[in-house]
Design a protein around this ligand. Structure first.
Ligand code: SAM
Length: 280
């Protein structure tokens, strides 16, 4: 695959500005993205070592062990995906989804309104039901629960000091933030990643939790057949120091190494991280 945007040819990276990256995102194709990342071999529930059960397992543990609960859960840069809030929707009174790209917000709204969707989320719901000790048949109840607690799908820009609309949250902030594969994909370099982390931190109340999933050492991913998006190449030490410098206490860090048979030409991700942190 050879895209024309952020990457000129394999191994030759072109550094974009934040503004140029935002322009790239206007061509994000929700259906293509879901196909690349959320179907086999990347999402396969028959294989317990697959990345999808790894992510859902960590999210389940994060939301059921300890004190990650409260009134408002905000998902930052939801994209067209729902898996990330399937556990959290049981622990919060309100869930707010958000994304920079209008087409992604529309995709989420379509699902919320029961309209046709680009991906069948049933296997994800069924897996989370199993993690919760329920029958996989309870998946439609869980889907209904999620539909009932999502109160908003909002536009967001993590590069703005106030990423959400002014009245989106109470002045004290959200009780928990979750963000999956967003910050490193939305930031052209480490300084930009750090600023974005600081901006989203302002949405979280003191003592609230941040659950972050992302990629390490990834330099690009495809968000449409011809749309290669560059990402900041992050390592574990940089991630830990960014969190610390932003005032987060790291409570949990897990790294998943992507096996060869799950690597694809649509990105160069080699490993993923899960972080649970507390705002101090
Ligand atoms: N969270 C989804 C997931 O887990 O698959 C989507 C991740 S996708 C790799 C990156 C997401 O970041 C896209 O949905 C994109 O629209 C969003 N994004 C890009 N620039 C952004 C910005 N400036 N502010 C907020 N979100 C942004």
């Amino acid at each position: 695959m050879e895209g024309q945007n952020g990457k000129e040819s394999a191994g030759q990276e072109k550094r974009l500005s934040e503004a140029e990256l935002k322009t790239c995102y206007q061509h994000f194709d929700p259906a293509a993205y879901l196909q690349y990342i959320y179907t086999p071999p990347r999402a396969n529930f028959d294989n317990k070592d697959n990345i999808a059960p790894w992510q859902l397992g960590w999210l389940h543990r994060a939301f059921t062990e300890g004190d990650v609960k409260g009134d408002i859960l905000v998902d930052i840069g939801s994209g067209p995906t729902l898996y990330q809030v399937m556990s959290g929707c049981e622990r919060f009174r309100r869930v707010i989804l958000s994304d920079f790209v209008e087409a992604n917000c529309r995709e989420l709204q379509n699902w919320l309104q029961g309209k046709s969707n680009s991906l069948d989320w049933t296997p994800f719901f069924q897996h989370v039901c199993k993690l919760e000790g329920r029958s996989p048949d309870a998946w439609s109840e869980k889907a209904q629960r999620l539909r009932s607690v999502v109160t908003d799908v909002l536009p967001i820009d993590v590069h703005q000091p106030h990423p959400l609309l002014p009245e989106a949250l109470p002045p004290s902030g959200a009780d928990c933030l979750i963000s999956c594969y967003c910050l490193e994909s939305a930031s052209p370099d480490l300084a930009s990643f750090n600023r974005a982390l600081g901006h989203i931190s302002s949405l979280l109340r003191q003592g609230g939790h941040l659950l972050l999933i992302g990629t390490l050492e990834m330099t690009f991913y495809y968000a449409a057949p011809e749309l290669c998006i560059p990402a900041v190449r992050l390592d574990e030490a940089q991630l830990c120091s960014s969190l610390k410098n932003c005032g987060f206490q790291l409570l949990e860090l897990s790294i998943y190494h992507l096996p060869q048979d799950m690597q694809k030409s649509t990105d160069d991700a080699k490993s993923m991280f899960f972080v649970k942190a507390k705002k101090q």
